[in-house]
Structures are given as C-alpha cells and as structure tokens.
Ligand binder design. Sequence first.
Ligand code: HEC
Length: 199
Amino acid sequence: MRNTVSPYFFLLLSILGFAQIDCSDQRSGNKTMSNEELVARGKYLANFGGCNDCHSPKIMTNMGPVPDTTKLLSGHPEGGQLPPIDTSITNSKGVFTTMDLTAWAGPWGISFPINLTPDGETGIGNWTEEVFFKAMREGKHLGAGRPILPPMPWQSLASLKDEDLRAIFLYLKSLKPVHNKVLDPIAPNMVAQTANKGK
Ligand code: HEC
C-alpha cells in the first residue's frame, strides 16, 4: 500500500505538463503584433497577393509593364483611354484586359481596379476596417452593395485570418494618398458603345 503512487501525483504531473506547454507557447512569440509590425506584414501579404498587378498603374519596360512606384495601388489611371474592345470576345465569355491590367472586360461588363490608397475623396481614406472586412469576406461592394466583380480575387482574401486581413488594411492606410478617380464599372450592354467610341 505504501509503495503505490497516489493518483494525485499523475494529476499533478499532467498539470505541470500543461503549464509547460503553455509557457513554451508564449516563448514561441504568440504575442500580438505592434502597429508597425502589422503594416510590414500587410505589405508582405499585399506584395505576395498580387495587389499591384491589377491595382497599380504601370510603366512599360523592355520586360513588360512594372508597377509605377510613385502611384502605387492608386487604381485604373484617371483619364486613361480604353482601347477598342472586340465584343464578340466578351459576349462569348472571353476576357479582355489592357497592358497595365487596370481595366478588365468580360461577360460582367468592364471592371476597374479601385484606388486602394488612403485618399479621402477617391481612395479608401474613409473606409473603416469593418467595411474592408465585410467587402473581402462577403464579396459585396463596400461590404453591403452589389457583388464585387471579377477578376478581383476577394475569395482568396476571405480565407485570411483576421490578423492578416487587418495587416493588409493597415498597410493600405499607410500608403501615400494618391488623388485618382477610378471609373465606375460599365454594364455588359454598354461595353460596345463605351470602349469603341474612339474608333
Ligand atoms: C486580377 C486583378 C486583381 C487583383 C490581383 C486584385 N484586385 Fe482588387 N479589384 C480588382 C477589380 C477589377 C476591382 C473592381 C471590382 C468591382 O468594381 O466590383 C477590385 C476591387 C477591389 C476592392 C474594392 C471592393 C469593393 O468594395 O468594391 C478592394 C478593397 C480590393 N480590390 C483590394 C485588393 C487587394 C487588397 C488585393 C491584393 C491582395 C487585390 N485587390 C488584388 C482587381 C484585382
């Protein structure tokens, strides 16, 4: 009887075990990030997520278009001329885009990547984090309106955890504000007349 180990001993051991796991978790850096760290992570995610591909105006080089770093993420350039669009392509569910990837014609009409800089009038300066989260999670314009049009990959952003989505939002808010009014989308039945008016 005296040689048997008390069941409480095992209980104590397991509690100690848990306590140890808990400590090592804290040591592995599970702390909340500072604002600066979040902005840096947001930049990293936005670069990897290809936001510049569609939302940044481009400069043409011998190796093709590269983002114009003076207007990063400011969207389809205001006053930019749309090239003629062959509507037989878009009517047959094909897609047409410009060299800088800032205008996209397809069966949904023509969509224009928006100005993601924090300009109050033309960008996301007045957006709250709640609006951004709702828009990216539910795929609705401004979080509550019409469906967000292709090829905006909101479905990929929807799968990010809260901290990463917040990091992207804080990074966008930290950008240099660029005043650039992006066109509203053009409905499918208006594509021919809008895109071919210069012809
Ligand atoms: C393949 C092109 C493409 C890529 C890549 C892309 N976007 Fe977009 N984005 C668009 C287009 C086009 C629109 C406009 C859609 C519309 O008018 O409904 C848009 C719209 C948006 C909007 C506005 C949503 C709303 O409420 O109307 C936000 C915010 C946004 N993009 C953020 C991002 C972020 C952040 C990234 C990078 C992680 C990104 N986009 C990558 C094409 C793209």
